[in-house]
Design a protein around this ligand. Structure first.
Ligand SMILES: CC(C)(COP(=O)(O)OP(=O)(O)OC[C@H]1O[C@@H](n2cnc3c(N)ncnc32)[C@H](O)[C@@H]1OP(=O)(O)O)[C@@H](O)C(=O)NCCC(=O)NCCS
Length: 148
């Protein structure tokens, strides 16, 4: 169990799955810099969430775009590994998006599916040309009603 918070509305999280992915940013550097603009546009629309990620990406300079795209890809590949078979069968990169809570901690989420008290914790690290992402999927239970 993890994620306990003191006071009313206390919840405990039960780990459901873990996923990890590692990628070289140079893969995206090649794709974004050497292919046509229309290829880069199609790639970004396929990978990035159309309202939460794509507008931010379009405002970034070229170097930051590569890092952002690689981070998003790694996060979503790691997320994919936490999904059940039937969820993997309908997986689309651009339905998921990364966000940070008020203290900066990253999560990954999907507005389309109701994950019924589940959350997906994300941890990303960059070093030189490598990006590594880990996703921890957990189901939340209220400690108040059932007294878990
Ligand atoms: C399954 C997938 C996540 C593997 O990722 P990858 O970058 O090719 O390879 P990685 O080295 O990161 O991961 C390989 C490990 O993933 C694990 N894995 C394989 N299939 C998996 C699945 N369906 N669910 C969870 N984990 C899986 C295995 O442990 C494998 O390692 P092993 O062969 O030593 O056992 C990826 O191929 C995939 O299908 N992604 C889905 C998203 C998508 O549509 N991608 C588009 C590709 S163009």
């Amino acid at each position: 169990m993890s994620g306990c918070t003191p006071g009313a509305g206390r919840k405990a999280g039960l780990v459901v799955a873990i996923g990890v992915d590692i990628i070289k940013t140079s893969r995206f550097e090649k794709l974004l810099r050497t292919k046509t603009t229309s290829f880069a546009e199609r790639l970004s629309k396929r990978i990035l969430h159309h309202t939460h990620e794509l507008p931010k990406f379009n405002e970034m300079d070229a170097g930051r775009q590569v890092q952002f795209m690689a981070g998003s890809w790694a996060a979503k590949e790691a997320l994919f590994k936490t999904l059940h078979q039937e969820e993997q069968d309908v997986f689309n990169f651009n339905e998921w998006y990364r966000y940070n809570n008020s203290s900066g901690k990253p999560f990954i989420s999907n507005d389309k599916y109701d994950y019924n008290n589940e959350e997906f914790h994300l941890s990303i690290s960059h070093d030189d040309s490598l990006v590594i992402a880990t996703v921890l999927r957990q189901k939340l239970y209220s400690l108040d009603s059932k007294g878990l």
